[in-house]
Design a protein. Structure first.
Length: 495
């Protein structure tokens, strides 16, 4: 009893230590996870705000460029109106000089032009004869509506087809509102991109300028790969007002996750974007997370190791206790109860039946000619016959039934709550089953039959030894009558 109490106390201490260690480990892990999540959100928020700020710088820079071009076009339009009365040749020379002066001051302007109401070029800054631009959007747009300044879409230049450009144009109208002239500038996108080199940006920043339909004007890096493409998500986006907006999205150009910000470019139908690859933004956070995570893992491993040692020690003690108890009560070859353990359990069952009443039957079993099996085939074959027989018998019994190796090749079964006829039925099923087992030793089949003696007794009328004795007498009768059979103890002997 003292050793049992010590075992329970030891288990309790082990469980307590494991619970405390597990609690501390979980608390540490929870703290690390909370800190990591908080740091993760802070890192992304800071990157979004940086992207928003840079997008506003790009929008400001781009807005200044467009306002400068618009002012130049407005001033040119005034000059055109003032020169209406000059001779055509003189008018053209002066306008060409004005347009050339504007172009020379702005490296990103490829050509300046003035057309009539039909889009036919009257004056331009390019060499030779001007190309037909009457079909360009920045010309056609003014022929139907008074739009003010118009921003065209990105397209290939008619002068230099390998160059991407867009047009900025202003329609001139008379007092009746009729279109008279169109003044415009063709802006080369690659030189325009160079003006953003002066913007102080973190390494890895991506820039993009699109219209509200998602058409890409500028993209850095890799301008050539992206210019003229359309990002349909921008057309459907709600980010089309004047304020800067930070957000997280997936790049439609290269499908990378981005932390981005966008800003509307002044009063023009353009958006400026700045973004950082998400993996780049999270790289410092990942490094810190790996340090803290590694420390946490080491702590968890230490605690888990100590807990494992404690638990393994307790499991080893429990297993040894069970093995000792099993070894003390079980026949190691057959797995059946040994005689001492059987007599203890059977005595308790006998006392229960004696107190409360009921049936109690016993089956005594003897393997036929077992000595001949040992002598003919060897002890290994004998062990095979014993273990196979025991395993088969045990597999056919109920949980409350008690199965014992009584000695040598003899077995005994105690059947609580079973009368004489029920026990006889069980015995006959076991006899037939054992006779049908196919046991092989090499190429030879091992013979296996068994004799059975069955007895029933009411516990209040006799003793356990009496019941075993009656079953043994019935077994003797089965062996005398030719073996491989079931014999029942006579009813008149019982009670």
């Amino acid at each position: 009893m003292n050793s049992l109490r010590d075992e329970h106390r030891s288990r309790g201490h082990t469980v307590l230590v494991v619970l405390v260690a597990s609690g501390l480990t979980l608390a540490t892990l929870a703290l690390v996870v909370v800190m990591a999540c908080s740091s993760y959100r802070s890192t992304l928020d800071a990157a979004r705000q940086n992207a928003r700020f840079i997008s506003s710088l790009v929008a400001t820079q781009m807005g200044m460029v467009l306002i400068d071009i618009e002012n130049s076009l407005t001033e040119t339009a005034r000059l055109v109106a003032m020169m209406q009365n000059l001779p055509p040749r003189e008018q053209n020379d002066q306008l060409r000089e004005v347009l050339g002066s504007i172009q020379r001051k702005k490296s990103y302007i490829q050509t300046m032009f003035i057309t009539d109401s039909q889009g036919q070029v009257m004056s331009w800054t390019g060499p030779g004869i001007a190309p037909d631009i009457s079909d360009r959007d920045y010309v056609v747009a003014h022929q139907g509506n008074d739009l003010g300044v118009f921003i065209g879409v990105p397209m290939h230049s008619k002068v230099r087809p390998e160059t991407w450009v867009f047009g900025v144009s202003l329609g001139m109208r008379d007092r009746q509102g009729q279109l008279t002239h169109i003044v415009g500038a063709v802006v080369a996108l690659l030189p325009l991109l160079e003006i953003f080199d002066s913007v102080d940006m973190p390494q890895g920043t991506h820039l993009m300028v699109t219209d509200l339909e998602g058409r890409i004007y500028l993209h850095a890096p890799n301008q050539e790969q992206h210019v003229g493409r359309t990002v349909p998500e921008i057309k459907n986006s709600a980010l089309r007002d004047m304020q800067s907006t930070p957000f997280t999205s997936v790049s439609a150009a290269d499908h990378r996750e981005l932390v981005a910000g966008d800003t509307r470019i002044s009063r023009y139908p353009l958006l400026a974007f700045a973004s950082f690859p998400r993996e780049m933004v999270l790289e410092p956070w990942k490094n810190h997370a790996m340090v803290y995570g590694g420390a946490s893992i080491v702590l968890v491993l230490v605690v888990a190791g100590l807990s494992t040692l404690l638990v393994r020690g307790q499991i080893r003690l429990n297993r040894q206790s069970r093995e000792l108890a099993l070894a003390a009560s079980t026949d190691m070859l057959t797995g059946a109860l040994n005689r001492r353990a059987f007599m203890e359990s059977a005595s308790r069952e006998f006392a229960r039946v004696c107190r409360y009443g009921g049936h109690l039957s016993c089956i005594m079993i003897d393997l036929d000619h077992f000595k001949n099996v040992n002598d003919t085939y060897g002890h290994a074959a004998g062990d095979l016959v014993l273990s196979s027989s025991a395993h088969y018998i045990a597999s056919r019994l109920r949980e409350p039934d008690m199965f014992c190796r009584y000695g040598g090749e003899e077995f005994v079964i105690l059947l609580p709550g079973t009368d004489r006829n029920g026990a006889a039925t069980v015995a006959e099923e076991l006899r037939a089953g054992l006779a049908g087992l196919d046991l092989q030793r090499g190429d030879e089949k091992l013979p296996l039959t068994a004799s059975f003696g069955v007895a029933e007794i009411h516990a209040q009328c006799a003793t356990l030894d009496t019941l075993l004795s009656l079953a043994d007498q019935a077994l003797y009768e089965a062996k005398e009558n030719g073996r491989n059979r079931v014999c029942l103890a006579p009813r008149q002997q019982q009670g």
